[in-house]
Design a protein around this ligand. Structure first.
Ligand code: HXC
Length: 519
C-alpha cells in the first residue's frame, strides 16, 4: 500500500528491503546450513572486504505466471548481484541463493547476472560467480535457456578482457556447467558441489552404468580426472579465501597494471639448495616445486590444477612483488613427460597469463612427448601443438631455464629460443639434444652396432661420444640458442634482473581477426 509521508515511505522501503533479505525464509536457510553450506549473503560477506559489498537490482522480480509461479514470490529472484572490494580492489559478483526456489535460473535471475557481468566489463573489473542452483527454472521453460545462453555469450566475449572466476558451491547439472567452463578458473568445495552434463540416474538409464554423484562429478573427479576443476576447497570459507588469494595475483583487466605486492625478499638472494637438487643419476626424479619455491618471493607459490596432470606444474609466484606464471616439468611424476593432459594444462595457463600480461617463467626437465598408441590416438599431436601455439603467440616476457633434460620436441614445447623466449638460461646439468644418446646411436649407428663384435659395448662407446657432444649446455650455448649458463644458486637473481630488463617489452603481432589455436 502506498504511504503518504516521507517517513512512512522510508519505513516501507526498509521493510521491503528487510523482507527481500530473508532469502528463502528461515526453514530453507536452516536446511542450507544443515547441508554444510553458507547462504549466498554470508558467502558474499566473506568474499569481499568487510562492509564493502554493494548489492544491485535487489528488487528485481520474475514475471512468469506458469505452473504456479504467478503466486510465488522469489526474493531477489534467487540471485544476489553487486560489487565490492577484494583486497582493496573492486570486483563484481553474482551469488545464487539456493534457499530461494533452489537458486534456479529463470529469465529475470539471468538478466540480473547479465547486468552485473556487463557492469564488470564496462568497469574493467574481475567477475566472480558463486554457483549454487538447481539449474534452469523448470517452470520458465525456454526463457531460462535463453538466460543461460546470454550468460555463455557474455562469458565468451569477456574472456581475456577481465578475469572470470566460478566457484561451485552446490549442484550444477546439465548445460549449467558451461558458464563455469567458459570462465578462467573453477573452484569446487568438497562434500557440497558437483558438476555433470547428466546425473547418475540418466547415466544408469542410458548406458547402464552405476555411479554416485561424487564419483561422477564431485570435486576430486574433476580435479584429478577431467581437469575441469582448478582448485578444491574443504569448505565454503576456504574456497572464498582461495578466491581472494587468486585475485591478488591478477590485474583488473587486460588493460590494467599488474598488482604489485610489497616485497620483503631480496633481489640478490642466492638459492644454494638448488646446487644440489639435481640427482647425479639422470634418470632420478626430484620435486620441481622446490625449485619454483626457491626462486619465488618468500618461497610462496599458488598452484592451480594441483591434482591433474602432475607431470607438469603450473603456478603463480611473485618476483620482487610482481606476479609471474610458472610452467615446469615435474620429473617426480612420469619423468615430467608431456602428454595430452599436461599439454592442455600448460597451454591454457600460458594463454591466461599472456591475456592478462603476466610474464612467464619456464623450467625444463623432460624426456620429451609420451610415445604410444594411447597418446597418439588421444591426439597428442593436436594437444601438444597447443603449447607450441600458446608460447609462440604469447607476447609477455618469456624466461626459460633448462634445468636438466631438454630433448627433441619437448625442448621446443617448453619455450625454447625459437618459440620466442626472451632469455634462455641453462644449468650446468642441462642435457639438450634431439634425443637420448642410446636411442640416437641405435638409429644413426645401427649398422656399426649390429656388425660390432660386442654390440652392447659398441653402443655404449658411441653413446658416450654422442653425450659428450650434445648432452650438455655448451653446444647449444656455442650456437647462441642458450643465452647464459648459470649456477643453479643464481637462478632467482637472474630472473629478477631479466624481468626488470624486459619490463617495457611490447610486441605487436600481425593484424588479423584471431588466431586459430589447435583445439
Ligand atoms: C525450479 C527448482 C529447481 C529447478 C530446485 N528447485 N531445482 N525449481 N527449477 N530447476 C526448487 C525445488 O522445487 C524446491 O522448491 C527448492 O528448489 C529446493 O529444492 P529441493 O529439491 O527441495 O532441494 P534438494 O533436496 O537439496 O535437491 C537439490 C537438487 C534438486 C538435487 C538440485 O532440486 C533437483 O534435482 N533439481 C532439479 C535439477 C535439474 O534437473 N536441473 C536441470 C534443469 S535443466 P520448493 O518450493 O519445494 O522449496 C538445465 C539445463 C540448462 O539446467 C541448460 C543450459 C544450456
Amino acid at each position: 500500500m502506498t504511504k503518504n509521508t516521507t517517513a512512512e515511505k522510508i519505513r516501507e522501503f526498509l521493510e521491503r528491503k528487510q523482507q527481500l533479505g530473508t532469502m528463502g525464509g528461515e526453514k530453507m536457510v536452516r536446511k542450507q546450513r544443515e547441508q554444510g553450506k553458507m547462504t549466498a549473503r554470508e558467502r558474499l560477506d566473506l568474499l569481499f572486504d568487510k562492509g564493502t559489498f554493494q548489492e544491485v537490482q535487489l528488487f528485481v522480480k520474475h514475471r512468469s505466471t506458469l505452473f504456479g509461479l504467478g503466486e510465488k514470490e522469489i526474493n531477489a529472484d534467487g540471485v544476489i548481484t553487486g560489487f565490492g572490494q577484494v583486497n582493496g580492489r573492486v570486483v563484481f559478483a553474482a551469488a545464487q541463493d539456493f534457499t530461494s526456489a533452489g537458486g534456479s535460473l529463470g529469465e529475470m535471475h539471468a538478466r540480473k547476472i547479465w547486468k552485473v557481468m556487463d557492469m564488470a566489463v564496462d568497469a574493467k573489473k574481475p567477475f566472480v560467480a558463486l554457483n549454487d542452483s538447481g539449474g534452469a527454472r523448470i517452470q520458465e521453460g525456454i526463457s531460462a535457456l535463453n538466460g543461460y545462453s546470454g550468460i555463455f555469450y557474455r562469458n565468451s566475449i569477456a574472456s581475456g578482457y577481465i578475469p572470470q572466476i566460478s566457484a561451485m558451491m552446490g549442484p550444477t547439472a546439465g548445460g549449467a556447467v558451461y558458464s563455469p567452463a567458459l570462465t578462467d578458473w573453477i573452484f569446487m568445495v568438497k562434500g557440497i558441489s558437483y558438476m555433470y552434463i547428466t546425473g547418475p540416474d540418466v547415466v544408469k538409464a542410458v548406458i547402464a552404468e552405476e555411479v554416485s554423484h561424487e564419483e561422477l562429478g564431485g570435486p576430486m573427479a574433476h580435479a584429478e580426472k577431467s581437469g575441469v576443476c582448478h582448485f578444491v576447497s574443504e569448505n565454503d570459507e576456504e574456497c572464498l579465501r582461495q578466491i581472494r588469494l587468486l585475485l591478488s595475483y591478477l590485474p583488473d583487466s587486460c588493460h590494467s597494471p599488474l598488482p604489485i605486492a610489497p616485497c620483503s625478499d631480496r633481489a640478490d638472494r642466492e638459492c644454494p639448495e638448488l646446487d644440489t637438487i639435481i640427482p647425479d643419476r639422470s634418470n632420478r626424479g626430484y620435486d620441481m616445486k622446490k625449485v619454483i619455491s626457491a626462486v619465488a618471493d618468500n618461497g610462496e607459490l599458488f598452484e592451480p590444477h594441483q591434482f591433474w596432470a602432475k607431470n607438469i606444474v603450473v603456478a603463480f609466484i611473485r618476483i620482487m612483488g610482481r606476479p609471474m606464471g610458472v610452467i615446469a616439468n615435474n620429473p617426480g611424476f612420469g619423468a615430467g613427460v608431456l602428454d595430452v593432459n599436461a599439454s592442455d594444462k600448460a597451454a591454457r595457463f600460458i594463454r591466461f597469463c599472456d591475456a592478462f600480461n603476466i610474464p612467464l617463467l619456464t623450467f625444463t626437465d623432460l624426456p620429451g612427448y609420451m610415445p604410444g598408441t594411447r597418446q597418439e590416438w588421444a591426439g597428442i599431436i593436436r594437444h601438444g601443438a597447443k603449447m607450441l601455439h600458446a608460447y609462440s603467440e604469447a607476447t609477455v616476457t618469456k624466461i626459460t631455464v633448462v634445468v636438466r633434460k631438454a630433448y627433441g620436441g619437448g625442448y621446443i614445447a617448453m619455450c625454447d629460443k625459437g618459440l620466442g623466449a626472451d632469455y634462455v638460461m641453462a644449468w650446468p646439468s642441462a642435457e639438450i639434444a634431439v634425443m637420448g644418446s642410446e636411442g640416437a646411436c641405435n638409429i644413426v649407428y645401427r649398422r656399426e652396432i649390429a656388425e660390432a663384435e660386442d654390440p652392447a659395448a659398441k653402443r655404449a662407446e658411441l653413446a658416450a661420444s654422442y653425450e659428450a657432444q650434445f648432452n650438455n649446455p655448451y653446444f647449444a650455448a656455442g650456437l647462441g640458442i642458450i643465452d647464459e649458463i648459470i649456477l643453479p644458486r643464481e637462478t632467482r637473481m637472474r630472473v629478477v634482473a631479466i624481468l626488470d630488463a624486459f619490463k617495457d617489452k611490447k610486441q605487436i603481432r600481425l593484424s588479423k581477426k584471431h588466431n586459430n589455436i589447435p583445439l
